[in-house]
Structure formats: structure tokens, C-alpha cells
Design a binder for this molecule. Structure first.
Ligand SMILES: Nc1nc2c(c(=O)[nH]1)N[C@H]1C(S)=C(S)[C@@H](COP(=O)(O)O)O[C@H]1N2
Ligand SMILES: [Mo]
Length: 233
């Protein structure tokens, strides 16, 4: 498919998807909670910049299953499939030719550290969804990684504008230990919802648990509700 056609499709479908999920997004914790729990000055989403139980760090710790797959950008592929009209398998070059989004956002790890004001560049999940055109009955995505990790997210969270598949951090290629060449970030959810070394996004018509969600972590993972483990729910 030509680049101009892809761009035209993305622009048209962005609006359709926004309209389809507008009401559901309004009901997510970050928009519905009148008193999000945390401290520090109010962040760009209107929540306290340090969620309850978190401490800020300036270092960026590495947290994963202990296996760092070494996927060169040449070999990297991203498959987006499942409940969509136009499944795709894109190369690095095709990924970089999609509309690029820059953003500054925060990173909250469930092990209680938060790193604030990180500068990212990548492709928004909303634009990737627009490219593949989710079926009307799609409700969630499952993200799969090159290290066998997986994590699930509802579409009303995944389609927020700050959810990105990033390849650049502070103007440099994303380091391998942090998920390079491409990882997902979910600034309004705990960071385990952001798959490092991402290789596949599957659109689902019903929710199912990913790696940590299957092992006692919260399905919803909302930092300002201290929503860490499934038995809190
Ligand atoms: N592929 C993959 N992605 C992953 C993980 C993992 O083990 N494998 N760990 C998650 C967890 S628990 C956290 S806190 C963040 C950590 O990202 P970082 O190592 O860049 O700080 O990545 C998330 N994404
Ligand atoms: Mo984590």
C-alpha cells in the first residue's frame, strides 16, 4: 500500500475511532475520578504527578523477565491483526514512514518508582488502530513481545493520545535494555502495560489476561487508585 493511501486512511479513521470511543474514554479512571490519589503538582492529565505509594527516581531502572532479545531494526517486524479489517505486518522503514508523534510523559512502575518528564518519539496507538481499522466489536488489545512477554489493555485506555510505540528516547534510539528498537508506553497506567520489544498487537473482542495479569497483577493497573494487584479489586 502506498504511503499516501496509508496516511489518508489514518486521517479518516482517527476521527471514526475517536467518535466510537469518546464516551468510553470519558468513563476511564483518569477522567472520572474526582480525587485521584497522589502528591506533587498537577500533571498534564490533571492528576498529581506522583501517584500514591510511588517515589520519583532520576535513574531509569531496567525491569523485565531477564532476557533481552537482540532484534536489529532490519529484522524487526510489527504484526497488527485480530479483530481488524486490514491486518498489517510492517517493517522498520514502513513504521518510520507513519505519522510520528513526540510527547513528554511519566513512567510509573508497580515496584514503586516513577520517572517523570520523559521525552519520546514514536507512532501513536490511535494511528496504528486507524491503519488497521478495528471491527465494531473490538474491545481490547493484547501486545506480544520478542521475549515471550504479553500484556492486555482495554481500547479506551490504549487509544488515549499519549499511548505510543516509541523508538526514540531523549533524541536517541531507544536502548535495547529498555525495549529497543520499539516498545509501547502507557503513561496513565503502570508501566508493565507497556510491552518492550513489541512484535504483535492483536485486537480482541473480549478481554484476556497477559503475562502479569495472569500472575496476580491488576487487570486495570491504574496508578492513582493504587490498583496494583488483582486482589485489591
Ligand atoms: N517485553 C517485555 N516488556 C515489558 C516487561 C518484560 O518483562 N518484557 N516488563 C514490564 C515491566 S514489569 C515494567 S515495570 C516495564 C519496565 O520498563 P524498563 O525496563 O524500560 O524500565 O516494562 C514492562 N514491559
Ligand atoms: Mo514492573
Amino acid at each position: 500500500m502506498e504511503n499516501d493511501d496509508k496516511l489518508a486512511r489514518i486521517i479518516e479513521w482517527r476521527m471514526k475511532i475517536k467518535a466510537r470511543f469518546e464516551e468510553k474514554i470519558k468513563l476511564t479512571p483518569s477522567l472520572v475520578d474526582s480525587a485521584p490519589r497522589g502528591s506533587g503538582k498537577i500533571n498534564r492529565h490533571g492528576m498529581p504527578s506522583v501517584p500514591i505509594g510511588q517515589t520519583t527516581t532520576t535513574k531509569w531502572p531496567v525491569l523485565d523477565l531477564g532476557y533481552h532479545p537482540n532484534i536489529s531494526s532490519d529484522r524487526w517486524r510489527l504484526t497488527i491483526d485480530g479483530a481488524v479489517q486490514n491486518p498489517v505486518r510492517i517493517t522498520w522503514k514502513e513504521f518510520l514512514a507513519l505519522p510520528q508523534t513526540k510527547d513528554v510523559s511519566d513512567f510509573h512502575c508497580v515496584t514503586t518508582w516513577s520517572k517523570l518528564n520523559m521525552h519520546w518519539k514514536g507512532v501513536s496507538m490511535l494511528d496504528l488502530a486507524s491503519l488497521v481499522q478495528p471491527h465494531e466489536n473490538a474491545t481490547h488489545i493484547m501486545c506480544y513481545s520478542y521475549d515471550t512477554y504479553s500484556t492486555n489493555i482495554s481500547l479506551e485506555e490504549a487509544l488515549k493520545p499519549d499511548v505510543l510505540l516509541v523508538h526514540t528516547y531523549e533524541g536517541q534510539p531507544l536502548p535495547v535494555e529498555h525495549g529497543g528498537p520499539v516498545r509501547m508506553i502507557t503513561p496513565q497506567l503502570y508501566a508493565w502495560k507497556g510491552a518492550k520489544w513489541i512484535k504483535r498487537i492483536e485486537f480482541l473482542t473480549e478481554d484476556k489476561p497477559g503475562f502479569w495479569e495472569d500472575r496476580g497483577y491488576s487487570n486495570t493497573a491504574y496508578p492513582w487508585r493504587n490498583d496494583r494487584y488483582s486482589d485489591d479489586e
